[in-house]
Design a protein around this ligand. Structure first.
Ligand code: PLP
Length: 283
């Protein structure tokens, strides 16, 4: 695989970052993952806008303009002949050659990109649905900033793996925040699509935004409000969204079967129309 590091396209084992890089020492870095279908970027503008916002919140200067980052994404897709999967990009504050907490002046951010080949359209999770557990949300209070400080979600995901399920939904003060790396939704028995409103408690998913717009066009009733695990157990449907899953139905939560245990119609419909739109608008 060819990767990108600070202006250079390199073989993956030739790309090296300093041990003093603040991404490594402090998790002082932000990232984005954009889906690739047919060698094209899906909903990438939204990802670029969120990247800019994450950088602004942390006073990290963009190492190159957003338009240039997109050129690099496209070049890397070409160099790796990536047809379907994701492209990961990370900007860390960089290295000041030592370890000090305060933001160093005159530091050059580190820009890294790599591709990941994955089957997105024909994922078995999409047809069979996933099982999740719920677990305490122990993350920090700025989940709206997409930083690489991901140890809490790694722990949640590992807990799920050890319970032989697919993922974890996180709970704070009795309410679901989101999945370990996705936004969480339920559909009530009355057909209302429920998902947590935007705040610092969750990542403002790019796929979430697109799905809510599509749901509105489909005249699906939407309530952006808090919901508990108990409400989710009783729901007609549940599902998650993210850049590389699009929509994956959830068919079991904490051992409770959701609906009839098969992917629900709202989830299936939203997945279908999101993929249709994503394929059409990818660039
Ligand atoms: N929530 C969390 C915690 C995530 O890590 C992600 C994606 O990585 C999402 C939600 C979904 O966001 P997006 O649709 O922009 O990929």
């Amino acid at each position: 695989r060819i990767v990108y590091l600070d202006g250079q396209y390199l073989k993956e084992d030739e790309a090296k970052v300093s041990i003093f890089d603040r991404g490594f020492l402090f998790g002082d870095a932000v990232y984005e993952v954009t889906a690739v279908i047919n060698g094209k970027l899906v909903d990438n503008e939204g990802h670029m806008i969120r990247l800019q916002r994450s950088c602004n919140e942390l006073q990290i200067a963009l190492p190159v303009p957003l338009a240039e980052i997109t050129n690099i994404q496209k070049e890397l897709i070409k160099k790796n002949a990536l047809n379907e999967g994701g492209i990961y990009l990370q900007i860390s504050r960089g290295s000041a050659g030592d370890r000090d907490f305060g933001y160093p002046a005159d530091v050059k951010p580190t820009l890294v990109l790599f591709t990941q080949a994955r089957e997105l359209l024909n994922s078995p999770k999409a047809t069979k649905g996933m099982k999740v557990i719920t677990t305490e949300d122990i993350r920090w209070k700025r989940r709206d900033i997409k930083t690489v400080g991901l140890l809490a979600p790694c722990m949640a995901k590992q807990a799920a793996i050890e319970k032989q399920v697919d993922d974890a939904w996180l709970i704070e003060d009795g309410y679901i925040t989101e999945g370990s790396s996705n936004n969480a939704y339920i559909v009530t028995q009355d057909g209302v699509l429920v998902t947590r409103p935007l705040s610092n408690d969750i990542l403002h998913g790019i796929t979430r935004k697109a799905l809510l717009e599509l749901a509105e066009k489909e005249a699906i009733k939407i309530e952006e409000r808090l919901f508990t695990a108990e409400e989710a157990y009783q729901a007609a449907e549940a599902f998650v969204s993210s850049a590389t899953t699009f929509v994956w139905p959830v068919v079991e939560i904490d051992g409770h079967t959701i609906g009839d245990g098969k992917p629900g119609n709202v989830a299936k419909k939203l997945r279908e129309i999101y993929i249709e739109l994503a394929t059409k608008t990818a660039e």
